[in-house]
Design a protein around this ligand. Sequence first.
Ligand code: AMP
Length: 217
Amino acid sequence: MKKIFVLLGLPGSGKGTQAKMLSQYLNLPHVSTGNIFRKMTTSDAPVAKTLNEYMNSGNLVPSNIVNDLVINVLEAEEYKDGCIVDGYPRTAEQAEFLNKHIDAQIVAIYFDIDEKLLEKRILGRYICGDCNATYNKFCMNTVIKDVCDHCGGGNFISRNDDDLDTLQSRINVYKKESAPLLTYYKALNNLIVINANLSKHEISDNLRHATDNILKK
Ligand code: AMP
């Protein structure tokens, strides 16, 4: 049965960075609902303005918009062998929807991080606008790169929601809406917990080990 790995955790816990690395390792595509929505906000899609309002305030986009979009994406041929999803589900309702509409084993991976680390991770984050590679200025002696290591582009951007106030709302929303997902997946016996306080490479090694074990089953 195909496997879908869904990554759960607070904003700034490293889901996006690890999803990209795991995607290469497992040779499974990476889906990020946040990236899909950010792209849509800059398009002339009728929903762009609505998305902008929710995202810039740190609130969740309503599930009726998210669910249909995700299911359409996951049903595409490209995802027939499974995938790594970062940013979905974000509520128990979305998790139920995913279970009901997709024929796959869903394995949740929770990035367990000390909340004190989040501010630096979020406020230092900048992104390559061409390929979405993520960097952190605090990890590089506050020097911001000129050229992206991954695609050679030089168009770096910050996310509109990566400021202190919006981070606090996103943390509050996570605790209220998304934290119950841990109980949900634990009850299904489909939850892996990863220590996300470690270095990028240590986390990546632990993730590889955990997902290798799942894929062997
Ligand atoms: P992310 O890039 O995952 O941090 O998502 C950025 C923003 O996109 C979130 O703060 C939400 O406003 C929106 N978003 C992404 N995924 C979802 C989802 N599954 N449900 C609702 N809103 C979402």
